[in-house]
Design a protein around this ligand. Sequence first.
Ligand SMILES: Nc1nc2c(c(=O)[nH]1)N[C@H]1C(S)=C(S)[C@@H](COP(=O)(O)O)O[C@H]1N2
Ligand SMILES: [Mo]
Length: 220
Amino acid sequence: MSDDTQTPETKLTASKRKWAEEGKFLTGRVTRPQSDRLPPGQHLVKNWPVLDLGQQPLVRTDNWRLDVAGAVENKLSLNWQAFDALPKSSKLSDMHCVTTWSRYDNRWQGVSTHDLLDEVMPRPDAAFVMLTSYDGYTTNLPLADFASEDALLATHWEGEPLTRDHGGPVRLIVPHLYLWKSAKWINRIEFLTEDQAGFWERNGYHMRGDPWAEERYSGD
Ligand SMILES: Nc1nc2c(c(=O)[nH]1)N[C@H]1C(S)=C(S)[C@@H](COP(=O)(O)O)O[C@H]1N2
Ligand SMILES: [Mo]
């Protein structure tokens, strides 16, 4: 057989098979016993507080873009129509803010990070992501956490479009890390081979931010 039957698809398929063999992206999987549901130092709230840098950008879907760059096979720049054409998922999860409030049972809809990763295919050396938002906010996290099965690019909360103050039209939700990792008004995802600090991480917050390990500040 000659080599000219090689198409981009077979290259992509081979790469996906290799990830499966390596168990890539499985490490972010998080299941915990119910008794361990509230992380240490947290208290429950019923409302949903708003926290950000005080600038809530007005981002409309007709000029929204999501750029995916860095250590990936397929760089993307999605407009709303292209993003909306991706498969949709629904997830139920708790959220935990470093300011000590937690809120249970949030129903999210959007595009799972798994489905996005299927499109962009991180290179084998990609190990971290840096998120950039329309208000200039940045935050970093390990790729394995970004790829966790509960993580999604959320467009809806409790069946309603995400409001502007909570990061609409699209925010990240990575429920097993403190909420500062869940960038509101997301605009760009860059895959990195080395970790870099985002906004709060440069200002003393933890590079990972696991609530069960109380990874609040860089010394924790
Ligand atoms: N773009 C952007 N995303 C952000 C922030 C921000 O200032 N800008 N703040 C983070 C912090 S510190 C928290 S606690 C959560 C709060 O999300 P909420 O306002 O929807 O509760 O958003 C995170 N994502
Ligand atoms: Mo926060």
